[in-house]
Design a binder for this molecule. Structure first.
Ligand code: URA
Length: 284
């Protein structure tokens, strides 16, 4: 019996269901008869059976298959916040008030509007050199990043380091952050509401770093920050202007495939190499 329980736990870990999201276990087969504890609700209900999908599993999270309804620049800056209303005003004012990176990180530790914070072990703010040549923005921390509190330290981070090295850059010359600073439980896809709540912080983050070049890794980062409906296949390899809110300044910005996607689909490394050569030539 005990062995069976250990095997079941190991299996849950392997599929990515490695975070507790409630104070007590819930028998999902009796859900109608037993309400969830109020405090630890999450934005997206878990699928039937309670198991959370693993990042990168075909039918679940794929950095190149973002959730629908990602906010555009118009909805990010001005229009009705819709489903993300609770907490969004707070997010905007906390982010706007931060005048340094330290203050922005502190603002995120004070911000309780995003439920991802409740299940994450650590805030994953940034890594690298804020006086960088290039700022890279990914999607969200995974398990390794959540444990260490640093972005891109797992398998996709190691690939990213090799891609950067191929154009003569290392973490001392780049600065790395994510759209979401907290890991979605079990590496599930972030919801549009979670993304919308975190956008004011990453926009402020970019404005404070004010990098010479901005690189968006994967569909979620690209679609969220570029205000484009196109998929990453169309967006990658092009150059855009990322307008800094409240100014007439913009940052040359490009998008490319997410390293986690390249680990699963190495055939796209060839196009990504072209994107990195374009970044290199923009820098020189
Ligand atoms: N994937 C991301 O998008 N960000 C990380 O920090 C790690 C993996």
């Amino acid at each position: 019996m005990e062995l069976g329980i250990i095997a079941a736990l190991r299996w849950q870990g392997e599929i990515g269901a490695d975070e507790a999201i409630a104070e007590e276990p819930v028998d999902w087969t009796e859900l109608a008869a037993r309400p969830m504890p109020a405090r630890r609700s999450v934005s997206a209900p878990p699928p039937a059976g309670g198991a959370l999908p693993a990042r990168g599993a075909t039918a679940t999270r794929s950095p190149e298959s973002p959730p629908t309804g990602i906010p555009t620049t118009a909805t990010r800056g001005s229009a009705s916040p819709g489903a993300a209303a609770p907490g969004l005003a707070d997010a905007r004012s906390l982010a706007a008030a931060a005048t340094s990176l330290t203050a922005l990180a502190e603002a995120l530790t004070r911000f309780d509007g995003c439920t991802l914070k409740q299940t994450a072990m650590n805030l994953v703010f940034a890594d690298g050199n804020p006086h960088c040549r290039v700022m890279l923005v990914g999607e969200a921390p995974g398990e390794d990043e959540d444990r260490q509190g640093r972005p891109f330290v797992g398998a996709s981070g190691r690939l990213l380091d090799r891609m950067l090295a191929a154009i003569g850059l290392d973490r001392g010359q780049v600065y790395i952050s994510n759209i979401l600073p907290w890991r979605p439980p079990g590496n599930r896809n972030p919801t549009p509401a979670e993304i919308a709540l975190c956008v004011p912080f990453i926009e402020r983050h970019i404005a404070l770093v004010d990098p010479p070049v901005l690189v968006l890794l994967g569909a979620v980062a690209a679609k969220t920050l570029l205000d484009r409906a196109d998929g990453i296949t169309r967006l990658r390899g092009q150059w855009f202007d990322f307008r800094l809110a409240g100014t007439d300044r913009s940052i040359p910005t490009t998008a490319t495939y997410h390293p986690a996607y390249l680990l699963r689909s190495p055939i796209h490394k060839r196009e990504t190499w072209r994107d990195f050569l374009s970044i290199k030539s923009r820098l020189s």
